[in-house]
Design a protein around this ligand. Structure first.
Ligand SMILES: CC(C)(COP(=O)(O)OP(=O)(O)OC[C@H]1O[C@@H](n2cnc3c(N)ncnc32)[C@H](O)[C@@H]1OP(=O)(O)O)[C@@H](O)C(=O)NCCC(=O)NCCS
Length: 165
């Protein structure tokens, strides 16, 4: 079956831009397809309202992914990173997080932090390949089908660090 990933060349044919309110309907569809416990529309609206760094990826007029990051007191927190299921494995996630991290560094942040489920080996692999390392664990941080799941807390020092993309 053809997927969106078949229709563009990785790292070239998609564009990244600032998320607006008009993107939320498409974003929430991807969010619900991607997470067992998705963010609500209200959370995305709040992120835009408070001025978090919110980006979307699009190709051919379709939204393929998004990222949300807060910055403050020298620390960037990547709060969401998500690619539409049929557009994964085409380099979009790596490009998206690279741009987000470049923005954090340019904004003067010293470190980037994020949380990831230990069961999310694909995302954890991506983060580790970028230089993130585990600095802690938040016990029972996430909702899970059978109760709660811990979060691994990962950190990437941003000073003198140039991300590709
Ligand atoms: C994590 C996620 C954003 C990655 O997006 P993506 O566009 O598929 O990622 P990329 O194509 O840029 O691949 C990045 C790396 O992830 C790994 N990866 C991606 N898909 C993989 C798969 N199906 N199996 C194994 N590794 C995979 C590869 O190591 C790849 O590294 P490479 O560039 O050296 O090949 C995407 O899987 C996703 O949206 N998942 C659901 C939401 C989620 O879990 N977000 C993270 C919350 S912490």
């Amino acid at each position: 079956m053809a997927t969106a990933a078949d229709n563009f060349t990785p790292k070239r044919d998609f564009t990244l831009r600032t998320m607006t309110e008009a993107d939320i309907a498409a974003v929430i569809r991807i969010e619900r397809e991607s997470y067992a416990f998705p963010w609500t529309e209200g959370i995305f609206r709040d992120c835009l309202r408070v001025g978090y760094f919110c980006r979307v990826v699009e190709a051919g007029g379709e939204t393929l992914g998004y990222a949300v990051m807060s910055c403050g007191a020298g620390e960037a927190h990547i709060l969401n990173l998500c690619v539409r299921p049929d557009a994964r494995c085409a380099g979009i996630g790596r490009r998206l997080i690279s741009q987000v991290l470049n923005h954090a560094r340019a904004a003067g942040m010293d470190d980037a932090f994020l949380e990831v489920r230990p069961s999310n080996t694909i995302a954890a692999h991506l983060y580790q390949s970028l230089g993130f390392a585990q600095v802690g664990t938040r016990r029972g941080y996430y909702q899970a089908a059978d109760g709660r799941e811990d979060a691994l807390v990962l950190r990437l020092p941003l000073r003198d660090f140039q991300m590709p993309g």
